[in-house]
Design a binder for this molecule. Structure first.
Ligand SMILES: C[S@@+](CC[C@H](N)C(=O)[O-])C[C@H]1O[C@@H](n2cnc3c(N)ncnc32)[C@H](O)[C@@H]1O
Length: 493
């Protein structure tokens, strides 16, 4: 179906979270639906120009598998796109008429979050919330602050979430009839990360996951947001029994090229004992191998006597104590810009970040005693090959009694003190290996590496880590050299 071309200014697009789905992606999403009732009550929340409804209607018309009527309900906040949406609906009417399907539609020029939260909470007297057999969604993506109108509205129906897209999905879920289906394309960030835990719990307790599709290349992100996001498409059915297994498909850059499909037990996607309810998404064969290797590991960070925490120095709160250059009464302050291969380069006077922090009664609580610490970046840039980037902070190379780790870093420590060098170097090799990177990517779709994620990983035992450490002669190894050492120790034992 031909859709009207839309052009909106970039700033408005961003405010509305408006990134329209290309027709081939919409068609692919429509193809994921299972059998539907004779009369399909369809919801398209955040409908834009209607490409998702159009794709589903086209598919129903082509397949002709017993559907007699489609009743579409569309919500769209942007008045400027409504003409295009109406035009698409007329086109749907025409297609359906040709296929002998009754088509009706209602466009609500309204805020889906506010209106549906109110209806679900029973605030709008005399209006019961509608129910739907199918929903197709590419919801707007934008952070919503704790005191925003959206957050308050969602809170009234028991939804606590920090992004519009998860708010949309949580409401859509509540509007589905038992057995009702939802196909959505969203950022992958909800699959892990502590902020999305309540959402994951809500989602997984009310929706049965049937299929997941991931885009392997980050270039395939359809949303050109400044934070690089990977998108996933999911098909889920309203109900409380998760399937025994689940189809995971992946494609490299686009939606249609070189699709790989695997069937994976649900318990490998969401581990039954995992209180965080991370959604692990394996995709390619190498991920499967990485998984096998990681499954063989039995140690946790805690059993190694190691803890990982987020750097405690929040620089904008301690501005007065920061110094560009080290001086009397200061100690080193480490940022990601100090990473230099396997070790740190400090001070880095040419960098824009401060290099030092005053050591006094006020700041001491944010510092740690000098020692050997393993540091990882919390945010990796798209240029970085690995998502996990670890380097060693070594008190032998930086003379100081105390040190500050800034909040964009995670640091591995032993109860607030430095690590034994051998253990730290072994962890350095393990965390920088391709195996861990691939495993990590399975459940982390964004470029952020949380301490929770690092805590949830399985680790080699102490002997194996120390054996890796013994083989490391310098911390300036190539990826191939690190991988060789790690694989040899993981498989050779
Ligand atoms: C990511 S776009 C997707 C549009 C369309 N579904 C598609 O796939 O091409 C999200 C749409 O939601 C609309 N939107 C944003 N906030 C909304 C709200 N609170 N209620 C209804 N629509 C909203 C935006 O204007 C935008 O058109």
């Amino acid at each position: 179906m031909k859709l009207a071309a839309i052009e909106s200014p970039r700033s408005r697009q961003e405010a509305l979270g408006q990134f329209l789905t290309a027709t081939p992606v919409a068609d692919f999403m429509a193809s994921m639906f299972g059998p539907m009732p004779r009369t399909v009550r369809l919801l398209d929340a955040g409908a834009g120009a209607g490409s998702l409804t159009a794709a589903l209607v086209s598919r129903c018309c082509e397949k002709r598998d017993g559907i007699r009527a489609i009743e579409a309900t569309l919500y769209e906040l942007d008045g400027e796109i409504l003409n295009a949406l109406s035009a698409t609906m007329h086109e749907c009417e025409r297609l359906c008429a040709d296929a002998g399907i009754r088509f009706s539609y209602t466009i609500h020029h309204a805020d889906f979050i506010r209106e549906m939260s109110a209806r679900l909470a029973g605030d709008l007297f005399g209006t019961h919330p509608p129910t739907f057999d199918a929903a197709i969604a590419n919801p707007p993506y934008r952070k919503i602050s704790t005191d925003s109108a959206e957050r308050r509205a969602l809170r009234c129906v028991g939804v606590e979430t920090s992004n519009l897209y998860t708010g949309f999905i949580a409401l859509i879920q509540r509007l589905l009839t038992p057995g009702g289906q939802l196909v959505g394309i969203t950022p992958r960030s909800f699959c892990n990360g502590p902020y999305f835990r309540p959402f994951r719990e809500d989602f997984l307790s009310q929706l049965e996951l049937r299929r997941l599709h991931v885009f392997e290349s980050r270039k395939a992100a359809f949303r050109e947001d400044s934070v690089l996001q990977e998108n996933i498409i999911f098909h889920a059915v309203k109900g409380r029994n998760q399937p025994g297994e689940l189809t995971i498909s992946s494609s490299s850059g686009d939606y249609s090229d070189d699709m790989t499909e695997t069937v994976i037990p649900f318990t490998e996607i969401v581990h039954p004992q995992d209180a965080e309810k991370f959604i692990h998404i394996p995709s390619t064969a190498s991920h499967a191998t990485a998984k096998e290797t990681m499954d063989g590991l039995r140690s946790s960070l805690a059993s190694l006597g190691v803890t990982v925490s987020t750097g405690r120095v929040v620089d904008f709160r301690l501005k007065a104590a920061l110094r560009k250059e080290p001086e009397r009464g200061t100690v080193p302050l480490l940022y990601p810009c100090h990473f230099n291969g396997g070790t740190v380069h400090w001070p880095k006077l040419e960098a824009r970040k401060p290099n030092a922090i005053l050591d006094n009664d006020e700041t001491r609580q944010w510092l740690v005693p000098s020692g050997v610490y393993l540091l990882t970046k919390r945010f990796t840039s798209k240029e970085e090959r690995r998502r996990l980037v670890a380097c060693l902070y070594d008190s032998e190379l930086v003379e100081a009694k105390w040190v500050g780790f800034e909040n964009h870093l995670n640091y591995f420590h032993a109860s607030g003190h430095g690590l034994e060098r051998n253990l730290a170097v072994g962890l350095y090799a393990f965390l920088n290996s391709t195996v861990v990177d691939q495993y990590f990517r399975r459940f982390s779709g964004h470029t952020q590496v949380n301490a929770t994620d690092l805590r949830a990983l399985a680790y080699p035992d102490r002997d194996t880590l120390e054996a890796m450490s013994r083989e490391i002669k310098s911390l300036d190894l190539s990826q191939a050299e690190i991988d060789e050492i790690v694989i040899k120790q993981l498989h050779g034992r």
